[in-house]
Design a protein around this ligand. Sequence first.
Ligand SMILES: *Cc1c(COP(=O)(O)O)cnc(C)c1O
Length: 375
Amino acid sequence: MGIPFNQPFLTGRETEYIRQAVASGKISGNGAFTQKCQRWLEGRFGFRKTLLTTSCTDALEMVAMLSGIGPGDEVIMPSFTFVSTALAFVRQGARIVFADSLPDHPNLDLGRVEELITPRTRALVVVHYAGMACDMDRAMELAQRHGLLVVEDAAQAIDATYKGRPLGGIGHLGCFSFHETKNIISGEGGALLINDERFVRRSEIIWEKGTNRAEFFRGEVNKYGWVDTGSSFLPSEIIAAFLFAQLEHLDAIQARRKSLWNTYAAELAGLAAEGRLLLPVIPPGASNNAHMFYVVCRSLDERTALIAHLKRRDILSVFHYLPLHRSPFYAPLHDGRELPHADRFADCLLRLPMYYDLTTEQAAEVSAEVRRFFA
Ligand SMILES: *Cc1c(COP(=O)(O)O)cnc(C)c1O
């Protein structure tokens, strides 16, 4: 029997909560389950305000709208990230200035961001790759000094911290993803995390199609209407019901994933010591939420051969991003700077199977096959 790369985990409560949502007669957005999820996330992680969205991509689009960024503005972000990180700002007409990764981690090299800041720079988007924190002290200090907005693409980073502070809650705005490949899932889904008071009121309006409907339902105004730009970013109660079952199970899910992560790390430590491959490095101040276990091979050819070796044993391993500065869409717009570390992670990084129902024996078996490949 083969080992897939990912398998969505169900707690068993999802269908019961969906049944309750349906029975309540209210299945559009911003109902009881949406409120429960938002309050749960705020209570657990201390975000000033949380709004569920239909995806992290949508949450990033809300960020781009909220920020007022437009043509002529520049946004700095890593090249080694998912397309959505950039897409939201490109749709607003901004120019993306792609930055390189750290030599030993796919995260943005914040020590080299300052040289990219110009009078047109408006925002710095950090991506916590594999749920491991970027250097947020440095990010916030740069933002302070240059008047930038800091956005955390925390799509992979639920329940992770930087110096003890929850990720998504440090920058002015943050985003989670609940896509089925993440730790906590709702099929498609996401959340916008608002930490800066300035954005609280407007975020709710943009979320509800440019109307002040949410204020009306709280009884704060006696009629509602079209007051701003916006779109339909809120998920239905069916999705929120599913998500709530997952959130209630967060601690068990995280414990299981961390245990699997530690199994991989122990099983592959010998290969790393021999210099055959690199294992993930947890950056200073960062915790590990076990979103992903990856190895870094020495070359593209070696990685291609390792993927094929595992595939022959029915084990699916997957490489990750093609750097955005080399994408067909953005390469013609990129300023031509070389980003060697982003290129190397694109060529050499390989993700191993990681999901709740993976057994410890299976993680050991995958590791044994990796060792056999290098033997
Ligand atoms: C998954 C992911 C996204 C997109 O999330 P969706 O919920 O699928 O829109 C964005 N950024 C990063 C870094 C991701 O890993």
